[in-house]
Design a binder for this molecule. Structure first.
Ligand code: 5CA
Length: 156
């Protein structure tokens, strides 16, 4: 999507974080593919999952290690409403990112975010940068701050 990578770079800059977006020339759509391309463990890949509130229709962003699974029960407690997986088209319309390239930062409208506490144990993590072959490396603390994410126990 035109401008997606630029939005990610600009959001990082506004949060005081200099990032270098890397186009890998191969798919980084899944955490496994991203880990292979980045030469890191799957747990160092940040998954950016978008869910939708059933009551409010609003979107929520959940950031997890690539190796973790989101606990829907814990996510619903944090959101304060029942959640469903958001439709890919809706995600694109409301965040400006296509599935496989959804970044933790740089959405076209602010999205309330929650992040798995375990992400903070890594020196560095890699996250999607707005395209299916684009990633960037970041200190997790800085990345979660840039995403304005509430750190919580959200994994199964
Ligand atoms: N680029 C990589 C990490 S750097 C990436 O985006 N991984 S991800 O895990 O954050 O995004 C893939 C996720 O998109 C999947 O885990 C899945 O939860 C979600 N997804 C895949 N297909 C669909 C779909 N049809 N509808 C809704 N969500 C989907």
């Amino acid at each position: 999507m035109a401008g997606s990578i630029e939005r990610v770079t600009e959001a990082a800059r506004q949060a005081g974080m200099e990032i270098e977006v890397r186009r890998m020339g191969a798919s980084t759509r899944t955490s496994e593919e991203a880990a292979e391309q980045c030469g890191c463990g799957v747990d160092q890949i940040v998954k950016s999952l978008i869910f939708q509130g059933e009551a409010t229709d609003g979107l929520y962003l959940f950031l997890l290690q690539g190796s973790s699974r989101l606990s829907l029960a814990k996510a619903q407690v944090l959101a304060g409403e029942k959640l469903k997986r958001a439709d890919p088209r809706l995600i694109r319309d409301r965040t400006g990112f296509a599935i496989g390239g959804v970044s933790p930062i740089g959405h076209t409208a602010p999205v309330p975010a929650f992040a798995e506490d375990a992400l903070l144990k890594h020196d560095a993590v890699w996250a999607a940068a707005g395209a299916h072959d684009a990633v960037f490396r970041a200190e997790p603390g800085k990345l979660l701050a840039a995403a304005k994410a509430t750190v919580a126990d959200i994994a199964e």
